[in-house]
Design a protein around this ligand. Sequence first.
Ligand SMILES: C[C@H](N)C(=O)N[C@@H](Cc1c[nH]cn1)C(=O)O
Ligand SMILES: [Zn+2]
Ligand SMILES: [Zn+2]
Length: 451
Amino acid sequence: MADPAVLKTYFDTVDNLQDYYVERLKEAVAIKSYELADLGTHVMDGKTLKLPPAILGTYGNDQNKKTILVYGHYDVQPALIEDGWSSDPFELHETSKHQLIGRGASDDKGPVIGWLNAIEAHQKAGIEFPVNLKFCFEGMEECGSEGMDELVVREAKRYFTGVDAVCISDNYWLGVTKPCLTYGLRGISYFKITISGPGRDLHSGVFGGTVHEPMTDLFLLFSKLVSPSGDILIPGINDNVEPLTEEENKIYESIEFSMNEYHDAIGSKTTIYEDKIKTLQHRWRFPSLTIHGIEGAFSAPGTKTVLPAKITGKFSIRLVPNMEPDRINALVEKFLTEEFAKLGSKNTLNVGCVHGAKAWVSSPNHWNYVAAAKAIEKVFKVHPDYTREGGSIPITLTFQDALNKNVLLLPMGRGDDGAHSINEKLDRSNYIEGIKLFGAYLHEIAAIKAE
Ligand SMILES: C[C@H](N)C(=O)N[C@@H](Cc1c[nH]cn1)C(=O)O
Ligand SMILES: [Zn+2]
Ligand SMILES: [Zn+2]
């Protein structure tokens, strides 16, 4: 067990520094980090762009201590005030309810800065750091972690040598009150469908009714993908999804999860399922298909009567264990090509997967999870729930396979943080208690080693 006196000194130091930590997060949120660039290149929409750098760092090199690899990402989802934010998304501000609002506050700048604060609090408190740390902070996570698999595989026996376990803080509690440890993620296949027809955008009054319209074709294709109740309609997609067993069903019964809180997080009661078990299963262990948007279409306010000439529809499928991205991509491309042929349109279709990642499930009995559970008990005075996550963190499985080490997801934020949405927030208490949790977790790891 970690020394209670050391933990108390550490917790007190974090409490004393909390305003300073909020200022630091403010500086991080102010960086529009969907615009950074600089490591190799990748091709997006026909343009060659530089990849943003992955930041590798080492703190401590004591042979008698365990080495923990901490991963996070400094890139964020794009955000514009016109999307409906109540204030500038890149100016962190604190509400009267002590919510820190700003793009990336929860996903994932708060946790990334949290790790750095945990180191600094040890220095300020004069406490010996309990483990060696290696950091890997990347800037492409929100675009499928392009370039990262190669980096991790290349550095597995170089920079990452000596790593004993991996910790990622890039997901969220299941609800709003109880911390959790997460041992599974869904994967993702992200698709673009481009349909081109006329040589340029046209007047719909002058040309409408005489040309095949790309938008009409796209909407017909979109309508074939998924039913209103979430069933994926592409033949063969669900073939490899493991059937539910009675035993697995029981796991979901004991998890604390409130449909009311979930409705609050969504902002409506429009859930497909009324009960918690089906809702959790469809977030964690069944695939889902989401239509994200259309590039090239008229979307501004007003009544412009344009007939768009070329549009790109975007959708993704969240994958679960046993769903192979290559097989899924082939099924999707074949299906859309066949359905497009049935339309009898003279337009041109181009469909392809732009990035993908497999699902990941880990063993929560490992010492990495045991240490984190003890740390949660110290900081929050509760035993955590063990959860899976519906989102994707593409590099997780690569760390597990390339380093052959256990990976733990240790979330900082709450289920209602609104990651990827407007008014993303991180509660001040989650930020500050999260910094304590990170430090306590590292102390518990050192204590397990010494036991
Ligand atoms: C869970 C994590 N914080 C996250 O938001 N991941 C993204 C990753 C992604 C993959 N393609 C695009 N983004 C997600 O699950 O959407
Ligand atoms: Zn994230
Ligand atoms: Zn994200």
